[in-house]
Design a binder for this molecule. Structure first.
Ligand code: ADP
Ligand code: MG
Length: 328
């Protein structure tokens, strides 16, 4: 991109004032500090046109979501957002698109108190590529790491699962058209709310955590592998989005267990923390469900109401890998 047009573009859409104590857009680097006794948590996520979003997606939704999926990683670590950077590659300067995109990004950036303090802007004829990096802080030794689960821990999830995957499948024509269902499910796909406040409260209280981006079974599998243990899940306890009601039971189960792009938290905690977790959830108005238990060994089993095994082993749901426009 021509340097002058790049500069104009940055000042017009991305040069927001940095909060006191930080150096924001305009210098070679941004500057920020971490509170005493805290560690910095850093995460990047990339969104590629055609791969992670449709080319004709509303740019405001896209701007919102590019930041949301990153903030969700901070939430899953128990970190409080400090700031973010945005590397943006676009085929051409389209002011309508840029206004929408930066507006959506800024809306969430304000809500989550995660100011944009730098980035890079380039041209890419092949399509839009967005890479956001978030920086947060978490009290030393309080981060919710994937390798921290212990045998006997409860397994919990926040919210309800499946709405985003349902919306995606409806939009891709992989399920019969259903306008009412799509209208109900779509906000979960386009405007996921990262569980930031709950994640921060969970730091020091829960053990392992992650956000569900690739599907409950796959993502829980990451915790189990890192922590060298297995799990039993009670299928009937897994909270399903109500708009999945009435779908074919196999499809419904696939969506609940394998649906991506969800951004609820899945976490483990010692049973001693049950009361405290419930109280925190009530205080923050975040629904939580206790869906299973961490076991010895390495099997991930899903049990029905009678205790019969619905699916055995981690390979059981590999057919989800690479499916759909999710997996950001
Ligand atoms: P440099 O040549 O040092 O990489 P740039 O000209 O790329 O600097 O960027 C100038 C300033 O604008 C830098 O502070 C950079 O962080 C910021 N910036 C560039 N692109 C973006 C963007 N998309 N969002 C936020 N800040 C940006
Ligand atoms: Mg640059």
């Amino acid at each position: 991109m021509r340097p002058d047009s790049e500069f104009d573009l940055i000042t017009r859409y991305f040069a927001w004032p940095a909060p006191a104590g930080m150096l924001g857009v305009g210098d070679d680097c941004a500057l920020l500090s971490v509170s005493h006794g805290f560690q910095m948590a850093v995460s990047s996520d990339m969104l590629v046109e055609g791969q992670h979003f449709f080319a004709d997606v509303d740019p405001a939704d896209l701007g919102y979501k590019a930041l949301a999926v990153n903030l969700s990683d901070l939430a899953a670590m128990g970190a409080r957002p400090l700031a973010c950077t945005l590397a943006l590659s676009i085929p051409r300067i389209d002011h309508h698109w840029l206004r929408g995109f930066s507006g959506g990004f800024q809306t969430l950036s304000r809500q989550a108190q995660c100011p944009l303090i730098g980035g890079d802007t380039t041209r890419n004829p092949a399509g839009v590529v967005i890479s956001v990096t978030v920086m947060g802080e978490v009290r030393r030794n309080h981060a919710l790491r994937r390798d921290a689960a212990k045998v006997g821990d409860d397994i919990w999830v926040t919210g309800e699962l499946g709405a985003a995957e349902l919306a995606l499948r409806l939009m891709q024509g992989r399920l019969p058209a259903d306008a009412a269902r799509l209208a109900a499910a779509r906000p979960a796909l386009e405007r996921p709310w990262p569980r930031l406040r709950f994640g921060q409260r969970l730091a020091g209280m829960g053990r392992a955590a992650l956000d569900i981006s690739d599907g409950l079974l796959q993502d829980l599998g990451h915790i189990l592998r890192a922590s060298h243990c297995g799990a039993d899940l009670m299928f009937d306890r897994i909270p399903a989005a109500p708009m999945l009601d009435g779908l074919d039971e196999n499809v419904r189960r696939d969506i609940i267990l394998g649906g991506g792009d969800c951004y609820e938290l899945c976490f483990t905690a010692t049973p001693k923390r049950r009361e405290q977790i419930q109280a925190t959830a009530r205080m923050l108005d975040v629904p939580v469900s206790r869906i299973g238990v961490v076991t010895r060994g390495d099997a991930l089993r899903v049990l029905d109401a009678d205790g019969a095994v619905l699916s055995v082993g981690r390979g059981g749901y590999d057919h989800f890998v690479g499916e759909g426009a999710n997996g950001a």
